[in-house]
Write a protein that binds this ligand. Sequence first.
Ligand SMILES: C[S@@+](CC[C@H](N)C(=O)[O-])C[C@H]1O[C@@H](n2cnc3c(N)ncnc32)[C@H](O)[C@@H]1O
Length: 275
Amino acid sequence: MTTENTSTAGPVTGPPEAAEAAEAPGPGVPDLLAVLDAVDNLPESVEMRRRTYGLLGLGAGMSVVDVGCGAGRAAGEMASLVAERGSVLGVDLNEDMVAAARARWPEADFRVGDARALPLEGSSLDAYRAEKVLHDLPDPAAALAEAYRVLAPGGRIVLLGQDWDGWVVDSANRDLTLRILRSWSDTIPSPDSARGFRRLLREAGFADVASEARCVQFTDRAFMPAVVGAAGAAEASGAADPDDVRMWLTEQQERMDSGGFLALAPFVVASARKP
Ligand SMILES: C[S@@+](CC[C@H](N)C(=O)[O-])C[C@H]1O[C@@H](n2cnc3c(N)ncnc32)[C@H](O)[C@@H]1O
């Protein structure tokens, strides 16, 4: 998931539902929200979110930021963990996301802001969290330098994200699928940021760096915008013939219709401490 995803959708035609999505003008927050909601409700996502809260060591009275907070689910959940004396701020570059977060999670604060220049004092936080965000940034190291600035000594940071180069989609045509998925990840500013989390945290000066991996399975129709986006990217870049792209989309649509669709994605959870 990336805010850039559906902007790559080109003039792909295929199954009616896919064609409709492919011709959509842009990502649109409602579309992204629908995908995020579907992903965030998966049992694997629930487990990974809980794990991030545990790694942050959240407790009453702590001050926390969730960067690239989207519609605010994690910020809202963390607000109950830090209780009344604590504070949780969700920051997102997208005003519409912040508006959605405010409407959904009144127990947290939300502000429009950039991961690279957070609206926070230096050394002011106990915990920093960013989920599915660093791939959207051309320079993830800049966000981690900012994380280091805002955390107090001893403060903890947790990153969670997917590696877009590691996605697989079940298809009868492996070579075409590889080309389509590669075209897709080529549209993402930092598709491989998650595999770099440990290194990036070390390079930013953090201590006690650790990471864990998960694999998440997607079988849901809600994943269709990503499939359409990948197909559009392949057609736009010339990586695949338009007829082949149409055939691939039809195959994926049929698999979704019959309950046979499957995609897998590697996720990394990394944590560290500011010395
Ligand atoms: C894929 S969504 C993930 C949202 C949420 N963290 C979640 O896991 O559901 C990525 C979010 O990062 C935000 N974002 C992208 N670049 C950003 C930046 N430079 N600073 C802050 N937020 C950013 C996007 O607006 C979007 O809401």
